[in-house]
Design a binder for this molecule. Structure first.
Ligand code: PEP
Ligand code: MN
Length: 358
């Protein structure tokens, strides 16, 4: 339930609503907005006396939130959520963020070499798995803590932000110490203890859609993170299982406008896992940007043929450079731009133009 205050509501009136909600035995969460403040009532068991709240001074309206997910819904908060990283990358606004890197961190030269190239090409977030969820227990499982340290090193050298996966609740703290964004992988989308722990870390979270998850289930999983008081959540469409085997998954680009209509959270697309086929990554990345994605996550490897995981879907660095040029044009065509490059002298898209003019 949402208690919307009048434009003219005073601080003491807002406080009184909060206290009344608490007095009724529920949690109150004020949501300041550009126009007016709303107060979310958390824990509605169906017995809330709405009349009591409606009659309080300063209250404009009491709205029942009809969706099963509450805090992630547009009903709850209409303004888009902006996830802001320390290096200035903002996800969820007009700028499109590009996250790129190898599937796995494999060695110091590998991650440093690719990080520099990606930065030069305009990516501002470096991806790379240190703890890998592999289908086979005999496949490369990642470098673990050493991988996290190498990512941190790459961040120091390049200024890129780092996104990497936490596989289990016990690993969240460790990942939080090294990463700017904690990734929750597709296989873990409904690992609720992991979601809670990641939410409680207070770090931005990248939540990937499960390979057989409905959009509503994705939003409910995000709700677990917001319920921990952490609103810095980025959703990621990474393809769902289908009957066709031309691609590894079916990248569901419809999820982008659907999520934007239902939720204030940003959503990015991962055409690498979404297709599993190198030649299909660039076309689907272009399509994702055209469909309104707030960012893309792409696997790029300095030497894909020798990658320890997901080589077949990893772009060559030159392909990534071309991709960046193409999506900058697409972004411009839909009135957006790319997050400004960290590399000096590289102005791309509207974001950097605005910065140059200001
Ligand atoms: C990944 O991004 O490295 C990954 C394992 O992705 P997903 O969880 O989408 O399979
Ligand atoms: Mn991968």
């Amino acid at each position: 339930m949402l208690i919307v205050m009048k434009h003219s509501a005073r601080e003491d009136e807002i406080r009184r609503v909060v206290e009344t909600i608490q007095d009724m035995g529920y949690e109150a969460r004020p949501i300041p907005g550009r126009q007016r403040t709303a107060i979310g009532l958390i824990g509605n068991d169906g017995n809330v006396d709405a009349d009591r709240l409606e009659g309080l001074p300063g209250v404009l309206q009491v709205i029942p939130v009809t969706r099963p997910y509450k805090q992630v819904s547009r009903e709850w908060k209409d303004e888009p959520t902006l996830v802001t990283l320390q290096n200035g990358t903002r996800i969820g606004g007009n700028e499109i963020a590009v996250m790129a890197g190898p599937c796995s961190v494999e060695s110091e030269p590998q991650i440093l070499e690719i990080a520099h190239r990606l930065k030069e090409a305009g990516a501002t977030v470096l991806r790379g798995g240190a703890f890998k969820p592999r289908t086979s227990p005999y496949a490369f499982q990642g470098l673990g803590v050493r991988g996290l340290e190498l990512l941190a090193r790459a961040r120091e050298e390049t200024g890129m932000a780092v996104v990497t996966e936490a596989l289990d609740p016990e690993g969240v703290e460790l990942v939080a110490q090294h990463a700017d964004i904690i990734q929750i992988g597709a296989r873990n989308m409904q690992n609720y203890s992991l979601l809670r722990r990641a939410g409680a870390s207070g770090k931005p979270i990248l939540l990937k859609r499960g390979m057989a998850a409905k959009i509503e289930e994705l939003l409910l999983s995000a709700e677990y993170i917001l319920a921990e008081g952490n609103g810095q959540v980025i959703l990621c469409e990474r393809g769902v299982r289908s009957f066709d085997n031309h691609t590894r998954n079916l990248l569901d680009l419809t999820a982008i406008p659907v999520v934007h209509a239902l939720s204030h959270l940003p959503i990015i697309a991962d055409p690498s896992h979404g297709t599993g086929v190198r030649a299909k990554v660039t076309p689907m990345a272009r399509a994702a940007v055209a469909a309104g994605a707030d960012g893309i996550m792409v696997e790029v490897h300095p030497n894909p043929n020798h990658a320890l995981s997901d080589g077949a879907q990893s772009l060559y660095p030159e392909q990534f450079e071309d991709l960046m040029k193409q999506i900058a044009v697409i972004a411009m065509a839909i009135g957006r731009g790319l997050v400004p490059s960290l590399a000096e002298g590289k102005a791309r898209g509207r974001g950097s133009r605005d910065r140059a003019l200001s």
